[in-house]
Design a protein around this ligand. Structure first.
Ligand SMILES: Nc1ncnc2c1ncn2[C@@H]1O[C@H](COP(=O)(O)OP(=O)(O)OP(=O)(O)O)[C@@H](O)[C@H]1O
Ligand SMILES: [Mg+2]
Length: 486
């Protein structure tokens, strides 16, 4: 089975002044995007690797990967996004210095800022239109609620669970907008994910209500008769590549299971929004969760039931994650993580799973320095795990030292900065964008369309994301080459 995947990552920005002038994140973001605007005449561009890079109002630049049909490609493209942002950061740093700012801009791949705003990493999965969407999402939902036990980024969160929605959040117009979470008090715990506390619904198109786990807004970016795009917005930004692989791979296998009709008992949770908060505070996976169909299951039991079904899919060879080895790797880490949770001995996964790696770092520091979890030094250390500023962040150093595992090579990541996935329509888009920029042509691109503004009648529509060649696009590119000759 084939599937298209895409990951959107919103980055955080901060500026550390060195005694001199202060600078707000919006201004740093403007510096960051100066080369982008100079290159693409906009702060909302598609790059030659097929991705989209943009800055909305505010200071959370977003990188949305090109469409990938293999998990390995997705991880390479996602990591390339971070490297592209780092390159921009280096240039911004230089420009800021030239303008007399002597501080340091920082870039974070995290999910909340110091003001308590939560933003995210969105996962996109192509699904077939002929699937019953309500059935698909209700089957997937319990999995997304418990998945944090495997792939949460780890977070310092208030001990107390709150399920009363703050008044300010009951009338949000924009489901993507940053959302404020209660500022943690001193009574905090190390939890699995900070995102869980900002989820207020299971599935919703969320135009006026607050943020759901699955955003049901129907924007397929493809032939709407055949396809639909599932937009999962509950996930954390993952730092360790194996965590990304397990996060997206496990969800993909559950979707494969639903789409190919592998039977699964009804695991609908009675109160998913309460459960997601409670689970976030339970590192043992032993909290009994009430099922709508009656009885209880713990998060760990649920993950094991899902693993069994996912294993069937992979055994049949009917999965969408790419080659069989990648699928086996997903199952292997999934199994090892369940075993680690059961035994509470995490040594077999402590170079692969974000929350486990992060907890180890924080625990060690607390032991050595005799400080509490609520100590500002611990918060800084927690943030350092998400700091991707070149030469500064923890993950870069830990990867170099073999303390965090990698699933794709640095060479593949470097390639993915410029080269789109070769098996999806991103290949066509990338070639077009490169040609149009080379020829300084005026052009417009989105996920589905390619247009030379001077030849609007020849716009190319790429309705099928699985198709990686297009005669029409070739003609448009030839048209550019011809115009150069003329
Ligand atoms: N047909 C598809 N199925 C699944 N994923 C897709 C499909 N087409 C595009 N994608 C992926 O969906 C993501 C879209 O990113 P984008 O940021 O434009 O999202 P959006 O939800 O449409 O917009 P916004 O973030 O501005 O609200 C990309 O990662 C892209 O690769
Ligand atoms: Mg987006």
């Amino acid at each position: 089975m084939k599937r298209i995947f895409g990951l959107e990552t919103e980055f955080g920005i901060a500026y550390a002044p060195s005694g001199g002038r202060r600078l707000g994140p919006e201004e740093v973001a403007r510096y960051l995007f100066k080369p982008v605007v100079a290159w693409g005449r906009s702060s909302n561009v598609f790059l030659p690797n097929g991705s989209r890079l943009y800055l909305d109002v505010g200071s959370h630049p977003e990188y949305a990967t090109a469409e990938c049909d293999r998990l390995d490609d997705l991880i390479a493209q996602d990591s390339a996004g971070t490297v592209i942002m780092q390159d921009l950061l280096n240039r911004a740093n230089q420009a800021l210095n030239d303008d007399g700012y002597d501080g340091t801009p920082h870039l974070f791949k995290n999910n909340s800022d110091s003001a308590g705003n939560s933003y995210g990493s969105h996962e996109n999965f192509l699904i077939r239109r002929n699937m019953d969407f309500a059935h698909l999402t209700s089957t997937l939902l319990p999995f997304l609620v418990v998945r944090q036990l495997m792939v949460g980024a780890g977070a310092i969160i208030p001990r107390q669970v709150t399920t009363a929605m703050p008044a300010v959040q009951t009338n949000r117009a924009n489901p993507h907008a940053a959302q404020t979470v209660a500022t943690p008090t001193s009574d905090v715990v190390f939890g699995l994910s900070g995102r869980s506390d900002v989820m207020w619904e299971g599935v919703s198109s969320a135009t006026t209500r607050s943020r759901p786990i699955i955003n049901a807004r129907d924007e397929p970016h493809a032939d709407a008769e055949k396809y639909r795009r599932l937009h999962v917005i509950v996930g954390d930004s993952s730092m360790a590549q194996p965590t990304t692989q397990l996060k997206v791979g496990s969800a993909a296998l559950i979707l494969d299971m639903i789409e190919t009709g592998v039977p699964l008992r009804d695991l609908t949770l009675s109160d998913p929004i309460r459960d997601i908060r409670v689970i976030a505070r339970d590192l043992t996976g032993t909290t009994p969760l009430e099922l709508k169909a009656g009885g209880t299951l713990t998060p760990l039991e649920l993950l094991e039931i899902y693993l069994e079904a996912a294993t069937k899919i992979v055994d049949r060879g009917d999965h969408s994650v790419g080659d069989d080895q990648t699928a086996r790797d997903v199952l292997d880490l999934w199994g090892r993580m369940c075993e680690a949770v059961r035994s509470q001995d995490f040594s077999a996964v402590d170079t692969e799973i974000d929350w486990v790696i992060k907890k180890k770092i924080l625990d060690r520091y607390m032991d050595r320095s005799d400080v509490e979890l609520s100590d500002p030094r611990i918060r800084r250390l927690e943030l350092a795990y998400h700091d991707v500023t070149p030469g500064v962040g923890l993950v870069e150093k830990m990867q170099a030292g073999g303390l965090i595992a990698q699933t794709v090579s640095d060479t593949d990541i470097a390639t993915a900065k410029d080269v789109p996935p070769q098996t999806t329509r991103a290949k066509i888009r990338g070639a077009f964008v490169q040609a149009a920029v080379d020829h300084r042509a005026d052009f417009t691109v989105d996920w589905v369309h390619l247009r030379l503004n001077a030849h609007a009648q020849r716009a190319v529509t790429l309705r099928d994301p699985f198709v990686s060649t297009s005669e029409h696009a070739d003609e448009l590119i030839a048209c550019l080459n011809g115009s150069e000759l003329a």
